[in-house]
Design a protein around this ligand. Structure first.
Ligand SMILES: Cc1ncc(COP(=O)(O)O)c(C=O)c1O
Length: 394
């Protein structure tokens, strides 16, 4: 296969590249961290090689062309019209959220999140000496929904809410109506809303995505975006913060500067611009590959492990598996699978207590690798069953 062709089939050995996914733990098959095992889009590799061929790697500026690539992408794909002057560069979504927590809330304040949710939301709140207030999602008939009464009540106690859209780990795209309602409630209680939309591009083929800001006109909202999940370029540590509220923007700008989170590394501009300006067709093919992988897992579970239920989702390459019928905590299950088979999925309780009984499985890898992972997963579940003599259904 030529370097200029999209390649979602080749299994590429990532060992010895200081990969968090492959080099942190020896001999483990990783299905945890949200990082893909596909070769990057050819225009991105080309742009990086071009920059690397220049032999000087000093400090970089963030040119307007980087912001334009975000503006065009979001306008073209989602109908959101952003202006350059309302945008700030940041060295990643989580560094920017951490800075926003510091400049827009006070020590000991409660911050609302909707669990089960990306585990780093918990750490970033607690590490900044703020407190987590959870609006737990309701799991009913195999689906998740928001408890709006609980949200209404809890928003009266907080200054900030962090929304995850699409929701990691349950893969849900919030509807326009739900987003509008969240905006109304935040307005009623004067709560700053941070909308983390880092997974927005990774929808199933044919499924459209609703940004918070095209669904709600709530002024005190802040959008966090990045190509890092969609194009697997998280290692370049690059994101954008956008808000139409100049007061918020000014505070965030100062804090990002204080935190030294506003400057970019030497490859970031090449990576972002080549992703958004030249790799859209690659992304569309990726979405089809991920969808196929999702179907593979669905069939595998139905035929081979019916005791485990896949929660239907419309977005992300992270699958949320209901393992509650096994009657073990998700931490024990996760540990057992690692010890017994060397396969590492994320424990559901990492995403909040309400996630106990679930596992999160990353399926962003070539189909051949996915099948290996699924076989290990099955062998682990069967071994657990043999030991515990628990389920009759496997
Ligand atoms: C919802 C969400 N936000 C943020 C991040 C991390 O973003 P960054 O690497 O830009 O800090 C992740 C990574 O998995 C994520 O799932």
């Amino acid at each position: 296969m030529k370097n200029t062709e999209n390649d979602f089939e080749s299994v590429i050995d990532r060992h010895a590249t200081n990969s968090l996914k492959w080099d942190l733990f020896d001999d483990e098959y990783p299905m945890w961290v949200a990082d893909m095992d596909f070769k990057v889009a050819p225009p991105i590799q080309e742009a990086i090689l071009k920059r690397a061929s220049h032999p000087i790697f000093g400090y970089s500026i963030v040119p307007d062309s980087l912001f334009e690539s975000y503006i065009n992408w979001w306008n073209r794909r989602y109908g959101l019209k952003m202006s350059r002057e309302d945008m700030l560069y940041a060295t990643g979504v989580m560094p920017s959220i951490s800075s926003m927590i510091r400049c827009l809330t006070d020590v000991d304040d409660e911050i609302l999140i909707q669990s089960p949710v990306y585990h780093v939301f918990f750490y970033v709140i607690e590490d900044n000496n703020r407190r987590v207030l959870e609006n737990e999602l309701v799991f009913e008939d195999g689906k998740y929904r928001i408890d709006f009464d609980d949200l209404d009540e809890k928003l009266s106690k907080v200054k900030m809410m962090i929304l995850c859209n699409p929701q990691n780990p349950v893969g849900k795209i919030w509807s326009k109506e739900e987003l509008e309602k969240i905006g109304e409630l935040c307005k009623r209680h004067d709560v700053i809303l941070i909308s983390d939309e880092i997974h927005c591009d990774l929808t199933d083929p044919g499924i459209s995505y609703n940004p918070f800001m095209t669904s709600s006109d709530y002024k005190n909202s802040i959008l966090c975006i990045s190509p890092s999940k969609s194009f697997n370029v998280a290692g370049f540590q690059s994101s954008v913060v956008y808000t139409k509220n100049p007061e918020l923007l000014s505070k965030i700008k100062t804090q990002l500067h204080i935190d030294n989170s506003d400057s970019c590394n030497v490859f970031a501009v090449s990576a972002v611009e080549s992703a958004y300006n030249e790799s859209e067709e690659w992304l569309e093919e990726l979405k089809r590959v991920l969808y196929k992988n999702k179907q593979t897992v669905k069939e595998f579970l139905t035929n081979e492990l019916p005791v485990i239920k896949l929660i239907e989702c419309d977005a992300t390459y992270l699958l949320w598996l209901d393992c509650s019928a096994l009657n073990v905590s998700s931490k024990s299950l996760c540990e057992f699978l690692r010890q017994n088979q060397g396969v590492f999925l994320s424990a559901g309780s990492d995403f909040g207590e309400v996630g106990d009984g679930f596992l999160r499985m990353n399926i962003a890898c070539p189909p051949k690798l996915l099948k290996e992972g699924l076989l290990k997963f099955k062998a682990g579940i069967i071994a657990l069953n043999n030991i515990n003599k628990l389920s009759k259904n496997i």
